[in-house]
Write a protein that binds this ligand. Structure first.
Ligand SMILES: [Zn+2]
Ligand SMILES: [Zn+2]
Length: 400
């Protein structure tokens, strides 16, 4: 078993943390879902006495330190890095030495209320609609006539924390021929027409939403729920492609930066005073200019919590050649056709094989966190376990 304790408190703490804002102002929000209340509680308690921890003592000198447990909530800004590294390493094994394309699917704003009311269902339907669209278009003989691989990543925020649903897709520039006999490469720099992707996606998603409304799987506050779908059907949907990745290293770099990201990092927070929160943002519409925004603290928290995803909903999903059920068999076959060394796929997420966070940090940074920072010769030994002291009120039970 690996411990959830973390020694990151040895590194400098940012001046302002999301936890500080929650501690001060979270009571301004009343109508939180159970999931949102849990995020507020976890972020507030992360690496504090509330979660308990361990006292470590050096076996050579008098040095002692307390290491409080982290909350491991995926919306917590302090609990991102190690999970990110673990995830990246698992991805590395799936990457092929080819061009990767980068496509973004969005939905018209008119659908946002429906999405926010039915996060789990709507997100699942959108993942399904995008994956069916990509598969179907790739299989058309005049496109590739091949089985492609892709990963989809759900993002819902803008730089100012407003709601903007989009799915990022990282798609192989080619695929396995339908008869499995060879690799089919896409033309360099071009994969599929985004106009066609948008049209197919619009048809599929609207059909799924309509069916879900019909059988009551999603709920709407509208008098005529179908009117929203009809309005969306009349719009031009936006699918756009970003410049392709030059190769697997660039894909990894991108994934590392974006995929595990939450709506805002502690580093972007500037100040909190008189009920106002200020933070840095990049104005994408104006050449990525750095700007500062000031928001009422309640509004800031409300915006942050718009992006909480339902419990156990997967934000990153793999399809086609990358689907977990087939990737062990198909990736080595693709490597063979592409004339590259086969690598052994190991399941790094298998809890049995999982290294502890101490081992991981040591392997990545060469820094042994069990070495005493005082005498540099002794090793820190766990001396005592500190029980959790819940300070925050327990999470309200929520309706099933
Ligand atoms: Zn945390
Ligand atoms: Zn020591």
């Amino acid at each position: 078993m690996h411990s959830s304790a973390d020694h990151q408190h040895r590194t400098a703490r940012p001046e302002l943390e999301l936890a500080d804002i929650f501690r001060e102002y979270a009571d301004r929000l009343t109508e939180l879902t159970g999931q949102q209340a849990r995020v507020v509680r976890d972020v507030t308690e992360c690496r504090t006495a509330a979660l308990g921890g361990h006292i470590y003592e050096c076996d050579q000198c008098e040095y002692q330190e307390i290491s409080y447990n982290s909350c491991r909530n995926r919306h917590c800004p302090k609990c991102q890095r190690l999970e990110q590294v673990r995830w990246l390493e698992a991805q590395q094994e799936r990457l092929l030495p080819i061009e990767y394309h980068h496509v973004v699917f969005t939905v018209p704003d008119v659908l946002h209320p429906l999405f926010l009311n039915n996060r789990r269902q709507a997100y699942n339907l959108a993942f399904a609609a995008v994956s069916e669209t990509l598969h179907e278009v790739a299989l058309r003989p005049k496109n590739l006539g091949a089985k492609i691989g892709f990963s989809l990543v759900l993002h819902t925020w803008t730089q100012t924390l407003l709601y903007h649903f989009h799915l990022y897709c990282i798609v192989t520039g080619g695929g396995l021929h339908l008869d499995g006999s060879r690799w089919v490469s896409a033309k360099p720099g071009f994969l599929f027409s985004v106009r066609i992707l948008a049209k197919v996606f619009r048809g599929k998603l609207l059909q799924k939403l309509e069916k879900a409304l019909d059988c009551g799987r999603i709920a709407s506050h509208d008098d005529d729920p179908k009117e929203r779908l009809r309005m969306a059907a009349r719009k031009n949907w936006v699918v756009y492609s970003k410049p392709p990745f030059a190769g697997p290293e660039q894909v990894l770099k991108y994934l590392g930066r974006y995929t595990q990201r939450i709506a805002i990092s502690n580093e972007r927070l500037v100040s909190m005073k008189d009920g106002q929160v200020t933070f840095r943002w990049k104005d994408r519409a104006h050449g990525d200019k750095n700007k500062i925004m000031e928001l009422d603290a309640g509004e800031f928290i409300r915006r942050f919590l718009l992006h909480v995803v339902p419990k156990s909903l997967m934000r990153i999903r793999h399809y086609g050649l990358f689907a977990n059920s087939v990737t062990h068999e198909l990736i080595p076959r693709c490597r063979k056709f592409l004339c590259v060394e086969a690598s052994n796929l190991s399941d790094t997420n298998d809890p049995e094989n999982r290294e502890t966070w101490q081992e991981l940090v040591h392997r990545l940074t060469g820094r042994d966190v069990t070495l005493c920072p005082n005498c540099h010769t002794g090793y820190l030994i766990m001396k005592e376990t500190l029980p959790a002291l819940r300070l925050w009120p327990p999470v309200q039970p929520r309706a099933p």
